[in-house]
Ligand binder design. Structure first.
Ligand SMILES: O=C(O)c1cc(=O)[nH]c(=O)n1[C@@H]1O[C@H](COP(=O)(O)O)[C@@H](O)[C@H]1O
Length: 232
């Protein structure tokens, strides 16, 4: 399976279909809140019917009972990965897994990963706005250990933390890393960024790439170059 997950941050079905039609192979894609809020969960079906794998990125973060109910209803959509915010705590993450297990009709639940600190968060923002003192890496490792304790399959983190997470939580614990930029790209709203080559070097399991591919003059070529780096 591809190690590059393409973020379909579009607001219409037409844009998604036109974008995916360019690819002659199954792609691992991410459906997030922009597309879901515009088109509903129907998009999961549309994209699945086109043969692609899906990370459904809705970042659940609520009281445990609500997250459990939410996950129960996401369990049978046929997506490969769903996610929560680790900031919701261990009980909430355990409830997410319970909901998925309860909802999965064939006994096979999607993988569930936890967002540690968003890649758009800097140390300054974490310290001064979120009220979490110390280094980003320490918070990210703590959240990753919580996620592992709760039974999650891995975390979303920046490339810069992936190696330490594998050391702390094991090589099988998934690290999914957004904030990917090619050397020539602008960082936009991202803060903790890295190139695909550095992600490969750091042992990231998957990279999530949005604008570097979707806004590229030749998305398929850019995707293939990135995926070749990751699969080397
Ligand atoms: O959960 C995510 O996918 C996510 C977590 C995170 O910490 N940072 C992050 O950028 N993402 C997502 O990854 C994608 C990154 O998009 P680009 O910055 O355009 O590559 C977006 O769809 C974000 O929602």
């Amino acid at each position: 399976m591809s190690k590059t997950i393409v973020a379909l941050d579009f607001s219409s079905k037409e844009e998604v279909v036109d974008f995916l039609k360019q690819f002659d192979e199954p792609v691992y894609v991410k459906i997030g809140m922009e597309l879901t809020y515009a088109c509903g969960l129907e998009m999961v079906k549309t994209v699945k019917e086109m043969g692609h794998h899906i990370f459904l990125d809705l970042k659940l973060h609520d009281i445990p009972n609500t997250v459990k109910g939410g996950m129960k209803n996401l369990a049978n959509l046929g997506v490969d990965i769903v996610n929560v915010h680790c900031a919701g705590g261990i009980a909430m993450m355990k409830a997410a897994i319970d909901g998925l297990n309860e909802g999965a009709k064939d006994g096979k639940r999607p993988m569930c990963i936890g967002v540690t600190q968003l890649t758009s968060t800097s140390k300054e923002a974490m310290n001064n706005e979120l009220g979490i003192p110390g280094e980003v890496i320490d918070c990210v490792i703590k959240y990753a250990k919580n996620a592992k304790e709760a039974g999650l399959d891995g975390v979303v983190c920046s490339v810069h933390e992936a190696k330490a997470i594998h050391e702390a939580c094991g090589e099988d614990f998934l690290t999914v890393t957004p904030g990917i930029r090619l050397a020539s790209d602008s960082k936009d709203d991202q803060k903790r960024v890295a190139t695909p080559a550095f992600a490969k070097e750091q042992g990231c399991d998957y990279i999530v790439v949005g604008r570097s591919i979707t806004k590229s003059a030749n998305p398929v070529e850019t995707y293939k170059e990135i995926e070749a780096t990751m699969s080397k």
